[in-house]
Design a protein around this ligand. Structure first.
Ligand SMILES: Cc1cc2nc3c(=O)[nH]c(=O)nc-3n(C[C@H](O)[C@H](O)[C@H](O)COP(=O)(O)OP(=O)(O)OC[C@H]3O[C@@H](n4cnc5c(N)ncnc54)[C@H](O)[C@@H]3O)c2cc1C
Length: 459
């Protein structure tokens, strides 16, 4: 990449609604290096001796690490603390369940962040923090001091409905964090036979990836049909209730994202899906074989299942309890993603763990990371925050192994409610836009969107 194209790309990101950048991994005209361990010329911003610690190297943390260095320059050192050597994307993991994609194709290494931007990676977990001393303690008993601390830890899944973390790690995977549970759930689905039933649950909002559970139902139903498993059924038990103003009839008026696409999918494309909404009192009884099968009772009835797949309620991880004010998520000021909890000044929370009006989604995690990085750099320069940040989100949902729908929205800051609100055609609409159809064209565009987003976050 030459200096001119680099600067054009940088300006696009900073001023053009925080849009995604293409990956740079193939660029080879790397001119004007100013540091021995960075691939790009870091800006001279006048900032010196600042250290930001980022907890969690997922969609939010990786993006924040990159942009703090790109925009903050060499005087802002960044340590990314992450226990896993490789990030496994949740996005597209539904296709692994449908045997259309391998799990390893969703692996993203931290090598580019280290080599391109000089980010330090510490392979450990943060176990505690002390904001008076400005220190985090890691699982290897070491500690790191910080000027600013960013939590980007994603989610922690509750024990729920009679299942525990031991069950999730065994034969009752939720697979709502990609990794071994994704492979396990894929093999349970692959082992289903004729007339078997797959029962899944959806927790009450807010949960990670609003369209994700509905997409999962479609992909499992599609896989069972494609592989000729006759008489198989997919039962969806959704705890969510009707959305005010929905133009769909019950039970479909409770679908949390892309309602028209999933209504069409459930009623016309995948007639082997039965969808229930407003479900309460879910209780799981595992089979004596403890093999992923069992029964579920709830307000919608009693169901026997060959495969039980619950998506448990989730929350910010317990290391963040002091940032959550007694709730499940960490409240933040969306102008800089700084915690609004007393005595937590200088601590920022981005991605799924934060409590905002934006969806818990990878694309939004990437966008929140950029707004946060920009605000931290401004703070280091004694400048105020951008008073009118904009974020955007897109999400493609595969409906079969060749077709997809999509959802998109632009969020503008609303100074009255101090929240991010959906915006279109010059006004707040509070409505995301969904695709008019389910098509193979959408499916092919999905790859471009996904590769661009992941490249922007990890390259
Ligand atoms: C099936 C599925 C499909 C999805 N599809 C889409 C989609 O199409 N579009 C979309 O935008 N989003 C999608 N999502 C949502 C998306 O994956 C998440 O919203 C996104 O990953 C959130 O980013 P994050 O950085 O907050 O969390 P994560 O990406 O989960 O990253 C959190 C990181 O923090 C680390 N961590 C946790 N605790 C600690 C600790 N104490 N110390 C150090 N590190 C820690 C974890 O190891 C992890 O690497 C999907 C999710 C699922 C489950």
């Amino acid at each position: 990449m030459n200096r001119r194209t680099f600067l054009q790309a940088l300006m696009l990101t900073a001023t053009g609604g925080l849009t995604s950048l293409p990956a740079w991994a193939d660029d080879d005209e790397d001119d004007n290096k100013t540091s021995t361990n960075v691939r790009f010329s870091l800006a001279n911003t006048g900032i010196t001796n600042k250290h930001v610690v980022i907890v969690g190297g997922g969609m939010a943390g990786a993006t924040a690490a990159k942009y703090l260095r790109l925009w903050g320059g060499a005087g802002v050192s960044v340590t990314l603390v992450e226990p896993n050597p490789i990030y496994v994307s949740n996005i597209m993991s539904g296709l692994v369940l449908a045997a259309s994609r391998t799990l390893s194709s969703l692996n993203y290494s931290y090598t580019n962040l280290i080599n391109n931007y000089g980010i330090s990676l510490k392979q450990a977990s943060v176990v505690s923090f002390d904001n008076t001393r400005k220190i985090v303690t890691l699982s290897d008993n070491s500690s790191l001091s910080y000027d600013r601390l960013i939590f980007a830890t994603g989610i922690q899944l509750d024990d729920a409905y009679g299942l525990t973390a031991t069950d999730y790690a065994g034969n009752y995977p939720h697979a709502w964090q990609s990794g071994p549970q994704t492979s396990k759930l894929a093999s349970l689905i692959a082992n289903m036979g004729n007339n078997d039933t797959f029962v899944m649950t959806i927790p009450a909002k807010p949960y990670r990836c609003p369209p994700g559970p509905y997409e999962r139902a479609c992909l499992v139903a599609d896989y069972l049909k494609r592989t000729g498993k006759t008489g198989t059924k997919v039962i969806v038990l959704d705890e969510n209730t009707a959305i005010a103003g929905s133009d769909l009839s019950a039970p479909y008026n409770a679908i949390q994202a892309e309602p028209h696409s999933f209504h069409q999918a459930f009623t016309q494309i995948h007639t082997n899906i039965t969808y229930h909404s407003g479900v309460t009192g879910i209780s799981v009884t595992k089979s004596s074989a403890n093999d992923g099968s069992g029964s579920i009772s709830c307000s919608a009835g009693n169901f026997s299942a060959k495969v039980i797949n619950i998506i448990p309620p989730h929350r910010a991880p317990s290391v963040m309890t002091n940032l959550c004010n007694g709730g499940r998520w960490a409240p933040v000021n969306v102008l800089n993603y700084e915690s609004t909890v007393a005595n937590m000044t200088g601590i920022h929370v981005i991605g799924d763990a934060s409590q905002t009006t934006q969806p818990k989604a990878g694309h939004i995690a990437n966008q929140e990371a950029k707004v946060c990085a920009d605000a931290i750099i401004r703070a280091f320069q004694n400048q105020g925050v951008d008073p009118a940040p904009v974020t955007n989100s897109a999400c493609y949902s595969p409906i079969t192994n060749t077709t997809a729908s999509w959802l998109t929205g632009v969020y503008q800051y609303d100074a009255t409610s101090k929240t991010m609100r959906l915006w279109a055609n010059g006004a707040f609409t509070d409505k995301a836009i969904e695709s008019a159809d389910i098509s193979s064209k959408n499916f092919s565009k999905m790859s471009t969107w996904f590769n661009t987003l992941m490249g922007d976050s990890f390259s």
